[in-house]
Design a protein around this ligand. Structure first.
Ligand SMILES: [Mn+2]
Length: 418
């Protein structure tokens, strides 16, 4: 006997995308739905027995009529294809009775784990044999602070395949530091319970944390901002009687975020040249990544550039965006020029009879002279409590000196003289 399922999490339908303009907002919201629809298509075409959704399917605060209608339609499609749905709510879509979503009348193929106490649902084949047991628990409120994984029972039907379904923060996962500590647990909570696979949600970064048992975050279904780069989707999992497990990641998002930097703009002395250098560099990066779907790009421009001044004009940036988005066939482009500097050579200003030269030589000295450095900054530093730790203070102060010689030249020399 074999059990096949699709594991997804953190769909976040109805994210408001409030800081985006209306066109971009529409693109992102439609794309989330499209990604979910592709997941349903995959579950149907791969003849999955079940779709497992590990929470944050939507946002209770903003659940719209359109999304409610969309979800019911997609769940019904799964029902018609004999795919069961197991859905364990998370902190964004908790199941508590006061939330609007708790009144949704799901089709009969959908099981929602509404309680934080785990519940075991057997899936049987036509002969009545247990194919798998899905054990799930849901968040009832939006700030679950308890370790729910610990409450999961041991696999008691010895022959059956057990799968856990839970929205939780597992300590030590790749996204640990960036996510709220809801339903916190550790990998140890999953061990020794006789489960084959833990279908997790909450962390937006994809990760197979362990293989015995499998503890898996599929990541969110689609990147929502430039911090969530690369292909996004769900895991298609097959588990056979002999305990062999096949796991395949499927990209489902119709678009991918990329976050790239260009720092070779020394030769960009006119608009044409600026475009050419950027296009070449970005094309190379995109080809190397070879990400599927349309690309949304955050582009950081860094380092010295003769056209430094031109970037203080917003209109110039808009025109550049227009040209590059077209040339690179991007669905969206934002440019961050904050780390550009004028093409300057601090050495040009050394050993001359002016204050900049004196400042540069002081900056040079305090790279090695601890006493002089402390003399220039005798005050207690905010947030720096160890008064006696001279070495630590010196180290910290020195870390602030990076790029200061450039800064000094930019501040003390008039634009035309650079
Ligand atoms: Mn969450």
């Amino acid at each position: 006997m074999m059990f096949r399922f699709l594991h997804m999490a953190d769909v976040h339908l109805d994210t408001a995308f409030q800081n985006r303009d209306p066109e971009m907002r529409a693109l992102l919201r439609d794309s989330v739905r499209e990604a979910f629809r592709s997941g349903v298509d995959l579950a149907l075409s791969a003849n999955c027995h079940a779709l497992l959704i590990a929470g944050d399917l939507f946002d209770n605060q903003t659940l719209s009529f359109a999304t409610e209608r969309f979800l019911l339609k997609e769940m019904t499609r799964l029902k018609e294809g004999n795919v069961k749905v197991f859905y364990a709510p998370g902190n964004h879509d908790p199941s508590g009775a006061t939330y609007r979503a708790s009144n949704i009348r799901w089709p009969s193929n959908v099981h929602v784990f509404t309680r934080r106490e785990p519940e075991a649902i057997p899936i049987r084949d036509n002969e009545g044999n247990t194919r798998a047991v899905i054990v799930g628990a849901g968040h009832e409120g939006n700030r679950e602070s308890e370790n729910l994984a610990r409450l999961f029972p041991h696999a008691d039907d010895a022959g059956a395949l057990y799968i856990g379904l839970l929205h939780a923060l597992v300590t030590g996962s790749r996204g640990d530091a960036d996510h709220e500590r809801y339903a916190p647990c550790t990998l140890d909570d999953f061990k020794g319970k006789g489960y084959k696979y833990w279908a997790l949600g909450h962390i937006h970064t994809r990760e197979v944390m362990t293989e015995d048992p499998y503890a898996v975050y599929p990541g969110n279904l689609i990147g929502r901002n430039p911090r969530e780069v690369g292909p996004k989707g769900a895991y298609l999992v097959e588990i056979y009687d002999n305990n062999i497990l096949k796991i395949d990641f499927h990209h489902l998002a119709p678009l991918c975020w990329a976050d790239l930097s260009v720092n070779n703009l020394d030769g960009a002395d006119d608009f044409e040249m600026l475009q050419r250098i950027i296009i070449e560099s970005v094309q190379e990066d995109l080809e190397r990544n070879n990400w599927p779907g349309r690309i949304l790009l955050r582009l950081n421009l860094e380092g010295s550039c003769p056209l430094y001044q031109e970037f203080s004009n917003k209109e110039n940036i808009e025109v550049l965006i227009e040209e590059l988005a077209l040339a690179l066939n991007l669905a969206y482009l934002e440019i961050i020029p904050d780390n550009l500097i004028p093409p300057i050579e601090p050495n040009k200003y050394r050993d001359e009879p002016h204050i900049l030269s004196t400042l540069l030589s002081i900056l040079d000295s305090i790279k090695t002279d601890d006493e002089l450095l402390l003399k220039l900054a005798p005050e207690q530093l905010a947030g720096y409590y160890k008064k006696s730790d001279k070495k630590g203070k010196v180290q910290y102060l020195r870390s602030l000196l990076k790029g200061m010689d450039y800064e000094a030249v930019v501040r003390l020399v008039e634009g035309d003289e650079l």
